[in-house]
Design a protein around this ligand. Structure first.
Ligand code: FRU
Length: 529
């Protein structure tokens, strides 16, 4: 066994931050030990400290959650409703759970907003603030908050009828605290389409009209309304375009500027299950034009908002300040959502992300990155301007908090491998293959994977034709049971669940080529609960 040939204890002050780490060399590899300013303390008996409990992502206090619903901002508050089953940690009769936040990071749990009734279970949908009281359900002085959702009639489904999904409306006159179902529900029904759900409603400022998009199996349908109650069918989109490996679900549509130009394009999000590139659920998008009545695109290829396995049913906020387009997805996949090894509660949302459009290689790309507010959660633990890696050399970090950290750096667009591991021999491997221009996530040995056969079956590999720069920006955000990776400011993003037997305490950065890692930072992420 060789002993370290040099050991250096380094203290230095940068601004007001004290970094403490030691650095040594062993077998040609560099070892950097980063001191953690706070230890991860898992405790099954303490709420929000249970094994795998997300520390800075939204998860319900207890029981089952799936899609985000009714995301609307009003009077300084971000409302998040969600598909919720309060009696078990598997999917069951759906309610709308409710939480609020002033910064999209810290959340307050609220009472359940919508309960199933004689028309059915409360499936996914959206919410708006009817500022001009077009619905007549409030007053101009006290505008109603309006939720439009899908009723799923279990009896109808069991009886083999086709008309068991309809759209219902509920309103709140106290800013989302309490809700009343509209007495003449449902507001939209149909007799023939079994899958007919997940309405996204928004105010179209150009046309001065309410718009709705919902999904019907293999396509989307567009509607207009003057009062949110009476809806006119306008057009449909998608029967012969995009991915069709499964049912279309949870649509959203919004306009964004293309980069810094004056060009504007509409983005249509469509979740699909199954049929995603890594199996199971995923969210595709289309870029095109929308005139308030119909959506058109010349797009030929299939595009995915996230290339990891666990970002589904994501939609965006209505009414946000500064017109920001804020997205939240459900951090799971219907393939194994009901089997993940958590107790008391099941699943979490992705970090809130800001969406933007870019044009790369003459191709429109929807980028997503964590919202600005997230930076407030970061505590600096380590930084290094330059780390040179020789071919086959490894830089090995040790740090107690990788499962609650952000790692950022810039590297040459050359081969690079990152391996997170722990003393239990769990390892999570991220790999950029420059020649193939692809990125892969190998969670086959990342921890507990055997709760369902698909979870740890394959390496997830994504081709990345839109990496065209000489350098790559990496941002890696890890919580107790998830990893989110953003490359080049979110041109590509990857979200995956992981269930390590113990937190990862080692990170090895390696390459078979000469590499330079620049502006490396490691931050601890403060918990929010
Ligand atoms: C998507 C979805 C929606 C439906 C809801 C039911 O995950 O299947 O289409 O409204 O979940 O919980």
């Amino acid at each position: 066994m060789k002993f370290a040939n040099n050991i250096l204890l380094i203290f230095f002050l940068l601004g007001s931050t004290l970094f403490l780490f030691s650095c040594k060399k062993e077998d040609g590899n560099t070892i950097i030990a980063i001191n953690s300013s706070e230890k991860i303390k898992i405790d099954s008996l303490q709420k929000y400290k249970e094994p795998f409990r997300p520390q800075f992502h939204f998860s319900p206090e207890k029981k089952w959650m799936n899609d985000p619903n009714g995301m609307v901002y009003y009077k300084g508050i971000y409302h998040l409703f969600y598909q919720y089953y309060p009696d078990d940690i598997v999917w069951g009769p759906m309610h709308w759970g409710h939480a609020t936040s002033t910064d999209l990071i810290h959340w307050k749990h609220k009472k359940i907003a919508l309960f199933p009734d004689k028309l059915g279970l409360i499936f996914s949908g959206s919410a708006v603030v009817d500022i001009d009281n077009t619905s007549g359900l409030g007053t101009k002085e006290n505008p109603p908050m309006i939720a439009i959702f899908t009723y799923h009639d279990m009896e109808g489904e069991k009886a083999g009828r086709a008309d068991y999904q309809t759209q219902g409306l509920a309103y709140s006159l106290d800013e989302g605290e309490t809700w009343t179902k509209y007495e003449k529900n449902p507001i939209i029904s149909n007799l023939v389409l079994k899958d007919f759900r997940d309405p996204k409603v928004f105010w179209n400022e150009t046309n001065k009209i309410w718009n709705m998009v919902l999904v019907a199996g293999d396509h989307a349908k567009f509607y207009t309304s003057k009062n949110l109650i009476n809806w006119t069918f306008e057009s449909e989109f998608g029967k012969n375009i995009g991915a069709h490996g499964g049912v279309w679900e949870c649509p959203d549509i919004f306009k964004l500027k293309v980069g810094d130009s004056n060009e504007e394009k509409w983005v249509l999000l469509i979740s699909i299950n199954p049929g995603a590139p890594n199996g199971g659920s995923g969210t595709q998008y289309f870029i095109g034009d929308f005139d308030g009545k119909s959506f058109k695109t010349t797009q030929k290829d299939i595009k995915w908002i996230d290339n990891g396995a666990d970002n589904y049913a994501g939609v965006t906020y209505n009414n946000t300040p500064d017109n920001k387009r804020i997205f939240l997805g459900w951090m799971s996949n219907w393939l194994y959502a009901r089997n993940t090894p958590t107790k008391n509660w099941r699943s979490a949302m992705t970090l809130p992300r800001e969406l933007s459009l870019a044009k790369i290689n003459n191709n429109y790309i929807l980028k997503n990155t964590p919202v600005e507010q997230f930076k407030k959660q970061l505590v600096s633990e380590f930084s290094k301007e330059l780390l040179s890696i020789k071919p086959k050399q490894k830089i090995n970090f040790t740090y107690g908090n990788f499962n609650q950290s952000e790692i950022k750096f810039k590297a040459a667009s050359k081969n690079l491998k990152l391996v997170f591991s722990n003393e239990e021999n769990d390892s999570l491997v991220l790999n950029y293959d420059a020649a193939q221009k692809n990125f892969s996530i190998d969670r086959r040995h990342s921890g507990i994977v055997n709760f369902e056969e698909n979870f740890g079956k394959k390496i997830h590999t994504t081709a990345m034709p839109n990496i065209i720069s000489e350098t790559m920006d990496y941002q890696i955000i890890m919580d107790w049971s998830s990893i989110e990776i953003f490359l080049n400011g979110g041109v590509y993003s990857f979200t995956e669940q992981i269930f390590p037997n113990k937190p990862y305490t080692k990170l090895s950065i390696q390459s078979d080529e000469k590499q330079e890692i620049k502006n490396l930072t490691v931050h601890r992420i403060k918990g929010i609960w």
